[in-house]
Design a protein around this ligand. Structure first.
Ligand code: AMP
Length: 399
């Protein structure tokens, strides 16, 4: 089946056309600056050079139309007509408590996604715009919604409740939701395959370490806890996000610096994390690793604090599951940085973990990087959220 995967942001739209049977990307790209001057489409057909087309895109519908035109263009396209697209899979950030799995989109689903918008005001409205644009241009094509939050809906109450007045949960559904669910699910399933076990037999900790980063505890195939919360700000120290901290810091800094709540939230989301810790050096771990190797204290400070926080979560989730069988690293940093994996695993001696350094230096494939004989396996599993969305969409359409 040919599945178009759409990930729509407020001013951008990423897409991939995937042959879900062979797991092959036929074409991919993104539209940038939608609704802003200077909008453009970047398009790449598998095996061909990237093309950039500058054209005004006043709204998402124009962007979707450009993507569909590019996919069907004689010579550079990958399909002859739109009817060759069997279904569209939309990445939706927040499904609240309404969605514990992916669903085919109908009017009821659209309203429910709209109702979750107050939980993700920057993301859900943009996601909806993308769905509506596709529905207008491909009215006969089935569409699926795949939620970042859905996989974590199996968390027990003690993991998702915050220690604040229960009325806020009852009135506003303030609770832990977690994100990156498509990745945590995909990676935990893939890790089980690599370990030659069924997911239902394993307790896994998945460390999705990218610019946004989260850890999850996946017990016998189900997410039982995860580090991101009501929003993707909680948990690990990230590229620019603060992660866990004393909530009283918000008031303290606001008073000291004369800042509004909005300004503080902007700082916690965009100027904190390793960017903030490194004194503004970089949010990109490659730069921080270079700084660390060059002996710059900013790099060391950021990497140490980052690795320590991940290790603390691994300890917490080992306790939550009464043990752990495998620890998986994924996403930009988790897949590509032997250094950060080494720094994190240095805390795991109590689990009997030691690394096979030769394996740890490899990249680009599913790997077991713990030394032979370790009871707790450490794995690197490249994530593929688009393929996971395509597979889920395909399964829904076939059902
Ligand atoms: P993601 O959000 O999953 O795309 O991950 C992006 C982050 O991965 C970047 O900010 C980099 O910090 C990190 N990253 C990617 N490649 C490497 C690498 N070779 N070494 C260290 N960090 C990397």
């Amino acid at each position: 089946m040919k599945i178009l995967v759409i990930n729509c942001g407020s001013s951008s739209l990423k897409f991939q056309l995937i042959d879900s049977v062979h797991g092959q990307v036929l074409a991919k790209g993104l539209c940038e600056r939608i609704g802003i001057e200077g909008s453009r489409l970047v398009y790449r057909r598998e095996g061909a050079k990237e093309q950039t087309v500058k054209a005004p895109m006043t709204e998402h519908k124009t962007a979707v139309k450009m993507v569909l035109d590019a996919l069907t263009a004689p010579g550079t396209g990958v399909i002859r007509e739109l009817s060759e697209i069997d279904a569209v899979g939309h990445r939706i950030v927040h499904g609240g408590e309404k969605f514990a799995a992916s669903v085919l989109i109908d009017n009821g689903v659209l309203s429910a996604i709209e109702e979750c918008a107050s939980l993700a005001p920057l993301h859900n409205p943009a996601n909806l715009t993308g769905i509506r644009a596709c529905m207008e241009l491909m009215p006969e094509t089935p569409m699926a919604a795949v939620f970042d939050t859905a996989f974590h809906q199996t968390m027990p109450m003690e993991a998702y409740l915050y220690g604040i007045p229960y009325a806020y949960y009852e009135k506003y559904r303030v609770r832990r939701y977690g994100f990156h669910g498509t990745s945590h699910k995909y990676v935990s399933r893939q890790a089980a395959k690599v370990l030659g076990e069924r997911p239902e037999k394993l307790r896994l900790i998945v460390c999705h370490l990218g610019n946004g980063a989260s850890v999850s505890a996946v017990q016998y195939g189900k997410s039982v806890d995860t580090s991101m919360g009501l929003t993707p700000l909680e948990g690990l120290i990230m590229g620019t996000r603060a992660g866990d901290m004393d909530p009283a810091i918000v008031e303290f800094i606001a008073h000291k610096e004369g800042k509004t709540l909005d300004e503080i939230m902007e700082i916690l989301n965009r100027q904190s994390g390793v960017l903030g810790l490194s004194g503004g050096l970089s949010s990109d771990f490659r730069d921080l690793e270079d700084a660390f190797q060059a002996g710059q204290p900013e790099g060391e400070r950021a990497l140490k604090a980052f690795a320590y926080r991940v290790a603390k979560y691994i300890g917490a989730y080992t306790a939550a599951m009464n043990g752990v069988d495998g620890i998986c690293f994924t996403a930009g940093l988790g897949e590509n940085s032997p250094l950060i994996r080494r720094k994190i695993c240095a805390y795991l001696g109590y689990l009997g973990v030691s690394l096979d350094e030769e394996q740890n230096r490899k990249r680009g494939e599913d790997l077991i990087i713990s030394a032979p004989g370790c009871g707790v396996k450490v794995l690197v599993i490249p994530t593929n959220e688009e393929l996971a969305i395509a597979e889920e969409t395909c399964a829904l359409v076939q059902a």
